[in-house]
Design a protein around this ligand. Structure first.
Ligand SMILES: [Zn+2]
Ligand SMILES: [Zn+2]
Length: 350
């Protein structure tokens, strides 16, 4: 039996068929891309983030670019097309409706095809979950900065503000809940209300690296999330800065020392009589007692020197005081000035 092959579209016979059509009918019938005629976008009026598949995402793009990018995301290229070049142009904007033209150029069976598609993009305005939480003052944690037995200084508040600003900016790139919903400054210190618990914890660590201090965190039950059946907690990070500052003098285990430095973990001390260095963990903070401030350091003049001693004038009474020579003092000459501090009627050379 002789079967006659023909194209049902144009009736040509004796031709090779592609998906049931002759070559030219197949090419003619090919639609290069699949794209909806209407697309809806939901955009946050506050931060410009867009909702995609139920999730809010940062865009950082202009509205026009968001429209164009969304169209590209919806394009599905036909399997028969290769070397596809697509360009999207906004033709008109009427209110929230963007009428766009999609131009497609591609190869189908070694022929170049150019096709155009009209797409209408509707931009719906809304408020994203983060912005609605932010505007309602939502927060998950509070960082409370206070100082032990003193008021926090303006310098400390200025430094803390800068740390919080810089760190929040960096954290917010990855965590949209990393925002400060409230900053409350009061006589005894400062409170930062933070959108995200995780961000608050990182912020507290950064503050502690600079200020040291004793950290306590305590959850407070704020209510219950009925939809999730979970208790809602907020965390208070309470950071208490030390009474002393760098270069002040503290007594530790009856050793008089000067505070050289501190970080998030430890306080670094130098003993006044032996020059030995000692490090103390913050959990032992209560064992430190402030005995003099760095402002109590004074200058005293060397008035005599023997192989065993130097003599200096007391900075207040101008009475001569003998001090045993050690390696640190050996290079001194009569007339030189020394830094000293008086604690319990004893002069220590710093
Ligand atoms: Zn045909
Ligand atoms: Zn938003």
């Amino acid at each position: 039996m002789n079967v006659k092959i023909f194209c049902p579209q144009c009736g040509k016979t004796g031709v090779k068929l592609f998906s049931g059509l002759c070559r030219s009918c197949f090419i003619e019938k090919t639609c290069l891309i699949n794209i909806p005629e209407e697309i809806d976008i939901i955009i946050c009026t506050h931060c410009g983030s867009i909702q995609k598949k139920g999730r809010w995402m940062d865009s950082g793009l202009s509205l026009e670019d968001i429209v164009i990018e969304t169209i590209y995301e919806y394009v599905e290229i036909d399997d028969s097309a290769s070397d596809v070049a697509i360009s999207v142009k906004i033709l008109t904007i009427r209110g929230s409706i963007f009428e766009c033209l999609v131009n497609v150029k591609a190869h189908v069976m070694d022929e170049i095809l150019i096709q155009e598609f009209l797409v209408e993009v509707k931009v719906n305005k809304s408020v994203c979950t983060v912005c609605s939480k932010f505007s309602s003052g939502y927060y998950e944690a509070v960082i409370q900065m206070r100082a032990d037995s003193r008021l926090i200084s303006d310098d400390e508040i200025g430094t803390a503000d800068k740390i919080v600003r810089d760190k929040i900016e960096r954290l917010s790139n990855k965590n949209r809940m990393a925002y400060i919903s409230q900053r409350v400054e009061m006589k005894e210190g400062i409170d930062y209300y933070v959108g995200s618990y995780k961000a608050a914890r990182k912020l507290t660590e950064t503050l502690r690296n600079v200020f040291g201090g004793v950290l306590k965190d305590s959850p407070r039950l704020m209510g219950r999330d009925k939809t999730k059946g979970k208790d809602l907690y907020r965390i208070w990070f309470s950071l208490r800065l030390p009474q002393f500052q760098k270069y002040d003098f503290v007594k530790y285990n009856n050793v008089k020392t000067q505070v050289l430095n501190f970080d998030a973990n430890k306080i670094y001390l130098k003993a006044l009589d032996s020059s030995a260095t000692i490090s103390v963990a913050w959990r032992d903070y209560e064992k430190l007692k402030l005995i003099a401030r760095k402002d109590d350091i004074k200058l005293a003049m060397v008035t005599a020197k023997t192989p065993q001693l130097i003599q200096i004038l007391h900075p207040d009474t101008y009475q001569p005081v003998d001090i045993e020579l050690n390696d640190e003092l050996r290079h001194l000459h009569i007339g030189d000035e020394l830094k000293v501090v008086e604690i319990d009627n004893i002069l220590y050379v710093i």
